[in-house]
Design a protein around this ligand. Structure first.
Ligand code: 7RM
Length: 629
């Protein structure tokens, strides 16, 4: 693995990755275990798009995550599981134990009819079995589709149906702070409309009473007893699908982003090692959920490929109190800590009394991901958590990029608060204007594109390649378009300023405005709605909904509560609007398009700078909206 050790090596690696990308990536890839070498390093065009990395090569990613480590550090701890309740016992799994569990559960999957290429849905809380289930799928060549266990039954069934999963791996319930979620009930409800699912494997986590459907539902522990732990890894082609992960776009329902085996393996390991610069005795903790891409790439694959020791956290940052993160860092002597700006801001707001009881002296490196970090939060994190001595890696990337594309390398790249700084070697960013013309030079701002593929770039959106083309490759011909706005400062450092499309980022969660509108419109009293994001001090963005009702209602507050309940039921609590304004009309152009720019301005409270409203069909609606804001 080509590990960069200083700034000069970074510049040299970067230069080589541009001059000779194939040689560069071939060298990196050569440090993995392949069953057969590749015929070609990369073969690509961004027109169809058709992108292949290490084509012709054969491998299994789990041999690289597990088997490869057994000879020299099988007894090293792979996972330290910190339960929701700090008084419950911690679980530890060595690489050898994890390997054994994964092999055994792979046999459970096979015994229940799962085969290479089948899609398997995983809907689990943050327990070691979530990691075991993902790796077991990968071991037998089944494609995992992890759904965050905070999503509703409808969101779950949409995802299961879209990729026709044959199996769901889930639990009875989930502990989240002082709440207990009825996971199995949600699955049962979802499966009423999912005929493709023949088997449910149920992990007992909370011990709550659940109904088992005869012939369909089987207990994890019973199934494990029926099989042994000997399971050779399925031989996969480099471009075989590894997983599908659903993410929100600017239109329609969430789409299934597809990642494939070889390139994803090479890039997650490479980026993990270079961004976080882990040493063999580091304790690494990424606070994301495995239901998001951050959990896939930087809890499961990147760290395990690198033989790291990984903390897996079941709980939430604010329970039993807002000191939970800091207490847990001391408890496990965490040295690399990776979290989201929204968590930092909410813990900052809780006050230093929750921080000062803890030493935090094990920390060496800090990271952030998911949304822009404001300077204020950056300094608080740096000073009060890192005690002024830990570099912060502000890592920019996306579900579609598979791994971190722009970030400092810890301890190597000079930092600049709120800047993701420089691209990793192999990543070629460019800024374009609205017409797609490249903006060259420094001290500029534009839309962020990438001009050359990297190994973990999205391959397709499941079942709908055209959508992948339109979303990412058609806006600017020959470029991958990220959907983000971006500044490049005088020094050439990048700062991602946020989405330029109709995707919101609420507490680091990606939510499409269209999805929320569709959910709101399910309320019987709503005729039409328009949703925009607005600046929110803790969440980064809040959700602002403008709604038109069928007729005047007696109780508007009741309506607001009902709308929130509908959105929770249809999507999940993370998509609940923060503000709901009842309006009589929406600002539309003569062609019927909603002018979201105006709605965003009003939601921001900037009602005096609405810009040109002359193309509006009925300018009086704007006056009314301004008054009602
Ligand atoms: C990893 C992840 C992707 C969107 C992306 C950005 C935003 C992510 C940063 C960031 C500023 C960052 N995947 N984003 N990281 N914005 N600075 N360091 O979050 O698919 O869920 O979201 O998140 O807008 O396009 S994601």
């Amino acid at each position: 693995m080509l590990r960069i050790n200083n700034l000069e090596e970074y510049h040299r690696a970067y230069e080589r990755s541009v001059q000779d990308p194939e040689g560069f990536w071939a060298d990196i890839a050569s440090s993995f275990r392949w069953q057969r070498p590749w015929d070609q390093v990369v073969d690509w065009n961004f027109t169809e798009p058709n992108i292949k990395w290490f084509d012709g090569a054969q491998l299994n990613i789990t041999e690289n995550c597990l088997d490869r480590h057994l000879a020299n550090h099988g007894e090293k701890t792979a996972i330290i599981w910190e339960p929701n309740n700090p008084d419950e016992e911690v679980r530890r799994l060595t690489y050898r134990q994890l390997h054994e569990q994964v092999c055994q559960f792979s046999n459970v999957l096979k015994k229940n009819g799962a085969r290479k290429g089948d899609r398997i849905c995983i809907y689990l809380p943050m327990v070691p079995e979530a990691v075991i289930a993902m790796l077991a799928c990968a071991r037998i060549g089944a494609i995992h589709s992890v759904v965050f266990a905070g999503f509703s039954a409808q969101s779950l069934s949409d995802r299961i149906q879209d990729s026709e999963c044959c199996m769901v791996i889930t639990s009875d319930g989930a502990f989240r702070g002082n709440k207990e979620l009825p996971i199995k009930e949600i699955v049962d409800q979802a499966l009423e409309v999912c005929p493709s699912v023949k088997t449910v494997i149920l992990l007992e986590r909370t011990g709550s009473n659940v109904r088992l459907v005869a012939g369909r539902d089987k207990l994890w522990k019973d199934e494990m007893e029926k099989v042994d732990a000997n399971c050779p890894a399925e031989i996969m082609n480099s471009e075989d699908m590894l997983f599908i992960l659903y993410t929100s776009g600017s239109t329609g329902k969430p789409k299934g982003v597809v990642h494939t085996c070889g390139g994803y393996m090479v890039y997650t390991a490479y980026s993990f090692q270079n961004v976080f610069q882990p040493k063999s005795d580091d304790i690494y903790w990424c606070t994301a959920d495995v239901g998001w891409i951050t959990g896939h790439s930087y809890i499961v694959y990147g760290p395990l490929l690198s033989g790291a020791t990984n903390v897996l956290f079941e709980g939430i940052p604010t329970w039993p109190d807002a000191g939970r993160f800091w207490q847990t860092i001391d408890k496990h002597r965490v040295s690399i800590f990776y979290t989201a700006p929204t968590a930092i801001r909410s813990l900052e707001a809780a006050g230093l009394d929750f921080v000062t009881p803890y030493l935090l002296d094990s920390l060496r490196i800090l990271g952030t991901v998911g949304e822009p970090i404001n300077e204020e939060a950056w300094h608080w994190y740096h000073q009060h958590i890192g005690k002024g001595k830990c570099p912060i890696v502000d890592t920019w990337w996306q579900t579609e990029t598979g791994g971190i594309l722009i970030s400092p390398l810890a301890g190597i790249t000079p930092l600049k608060p709120s800047y993701a700084t420089l691209p990793l070697p192999g990543v070629q960013p460019l800024l374009v204007d609205a017409d797609g013309k490249e903006i060259t030079g420094n001290g500029v701002e534009g839309n962020l594109c990438i001009r050359y593929p990297w190994p973990s770039i999205i391959r397709t959106t499941y079942g709908d390649h055209e959508r992948c083309r339109i979303n990412y490759f058609a806006t600017y011909a020959g470029r991958y378009f990220t959907g983000d706005g971006c500044k490049r400062d005088e020094q050439g450092y990048y700062r991602i300023t946020g989405r330029v499309d109709d995707v919101m980022n609420v507490s680091g969660h990606r939510i499409g405005t269209a999805e929320v509108e569709d959910a709101i419109n399910q309320h019987p009293d709503i005729v039409e709605s328009a949703v925009v994001g607005y600046p929110h001090t803790i969440k980064g963005q809040g959700i602002y909904a403008y709604v038109i009702c069928t007729n005047e209602l007696a109780d508007n507050d009741l309506l607001r509560e009902e709308i929130k309940a509908v959105v929770s039921r249809v999507i999940g609590p993370i998509a609940k609007p923060d503000k709901i304004q009842i309006v009589r009309g929406l600002p539309k152009t003569r062609s019927g398009k909603i002018m979201r720019r105006i709605l965003r301005k009003v939601a921001e409270g900037d009602v005096d700078n609405l810009g040109d409203t002359s193309t509006l069909l009925d300018p009086t609606v704007v006056e009314e909206i301004k008054k009602g804001a």
